[in-house]
Design a protein around this ligand. Structure first.
Ligand SMILES: Nc1ncnc2c1ncn2[C@@H]1O[C@H](COP(=O)(O)OP(=O)(O)OP(=O)(O)O)[C@@H](O)[C@H]1O
Ligand SMILES: [Mg+2]
Length: 251
């Protein structure tokens, strides 16, 4: 399998504190690659570097073989790496369907006149409905977004991100703050939308990680502690020690 995303010796310091300290990873095209680690390990900082919200102090990031180190977030998103969650991308006064249509329109290169033609509008509508079905929101399509419960808002954010047709989707704690039924639903949704895409997932819920991930990188104090499959990572003594001070990492 080809590598779609790679970091080399990536570092980020905040006032001398190395939040990310020499991280080199390879993400394979088509994989779900999870980044886990204890609180403060640097997971969110790592995502901020990948998506351009923070600039690295040192090191490089390549997407599809092209150096994207230091590019602005909108440029990285145009190159096909899109971050979902922890960004407020929803227009709360619009319906669920219109939110997805706005996202579809905003990422097209076609002149606005094109969209005035009936067939184009229908195509847009059809694609938006498809995306809502992918995230399990088809029944809520006419609901004003502000009225959606929390878990369903996150599903809408996912559909908005998918409308940009990302090659690499960065999911930052997709199940954070969710009730158990919603966690299972999000996990199923991610399993469904992975086709034809690469997903990098930061997630605290280890049962979600074990269900979905092909490969896992464990971060600790800004460094890669261990990398491997869920079974390899789970049974590694260093991971057990890092996580729970001697407890177990079984999900
Ligand atoms: N903007 C910042 N300024 C100063 N320090 C920061 C900044 N952002 C992160 N840090 C520090 O970098 C370290 C890593 O933080 P980060 O948020 O990346 O961890 P995390 O793995 O996402 O943790 P959590 O699991 O709690 O979300 C922490 O010690 C944090 O205090
Ligand atoms: Mg975090």
């Amino acid at each position: 399998m080809a590598t779609i995303l790679e970091t080399r010796d990536l570092c980020k310091s905040f006032a001398g504190y190395r939040a990310i300290d020499g991280v080199s990873i390879d993400v394979e095209e088509g994989a779900i690659h999870a980044i886990i680690g204890p609180n403060g390990a640097g997971k969110t900082t790592f995502f901020n570097l990948l998506s351009g919200f923070e600039k690295p102090t040192q090191g490089t990031i390549a997407l599809g073989g092209h150096d994207i180190t230091g590019l602005a977030p909108h440029r990285i998103s145009r190159l096909g790496m899109v971050r979902s969650f922890q960004i407020n991308s929803i227009f709360t006064h619009l319906t669920v369907l219109d939110n997805v249509k706005v996202s579809l329109e905003s990422c097209t290169e076609l002149p606005s006149r094109f969209w005035l033609s009936g067939s184009a509008t229908n195509r847009l509508d059809a694609r938006a409905r498809e995306l809502l079905a992918d995230v399990g929101l088809e029944r809520e399509r006419d609901v004003v977004a502000a009225r959606l419960p929390y878990g369903r808002k996150r599903a809408l954010e996912l559909a908005i991100s998918l409308a940009r047709e990302p090659r690499v989707l960065l999911l930052d704690e997709p199940t954070a703050g969710m009730a158990i039924e919603d966690v299972a639903r999000v996990s199923r949704t991610i399993g469904r939308i992975r086709t034809g895409r690469t997903i990098v997932l930061v997630e605290h819920n280890l049962s979600v990680v074990s269900d979905l991930s092909d490969r896992i990188t464990v971060l600790q104090r800004g460094k890669v502690l261990v990398e491997g499959t869920y079974a390899q990572v789970r049974d590694d003594k260093r991971v057990v020690d890092a996580y729970l001070g001697g407890g177990s990492v079984h999900a």
